[in-house]
Ligand binder design. Structure first.
Ligand code: ZN
Length: 103
């Protein structure tokens, strides 16, 4: 889906509707060093020379269907108080982009 870059929303700290910029929160960041499994895998020289990936991939079956859409994590930054508010009820979408409207 497409989302306008700025929307008029209610700001809890301003206690009124303000123009707010939409930003997508980047997910998938790693915290700290590698995990134990990752370190072990790295020590063994990656995938090569070790008889396959540490964890064999699950066979495709109807029971273990992967979701094709992702939950979207967007933040609204108030243009007046510069406070960021997260969306309370997130939704799923295959594609998501922030588009400029009315420039
Ligand atoms: Zn505000």
């Amino acid at each position: 889906m497409k989302m306008p870059k700025s929307v008029k929303r209610y700001c809890p700290s301003c206690k009124k509707h303000t123009l707010q910029n939409v930003t997508q929160n980047k997910t998938g960041r790693k915290r700290g060093a590698m995990t134990i499994g990752e370190r072990r895998h790295h020590r063994r020289g990656g995938i090569e020379g070790y008889g396959g990936f540490p964890k064999p991939q699950l066979e495709k079956s109807s029971k273990h269907k992967k979701k094709t859409s992702k939950k979207i994590d967007i933040r609204f930054e108030c243009s007046i108080c510069k406070k960021k508010n997260a969306l309370k009820n997130t939704f799923r979408a295959k594609k998501f982009e922030i588009v400029k409207i009315g420039v």
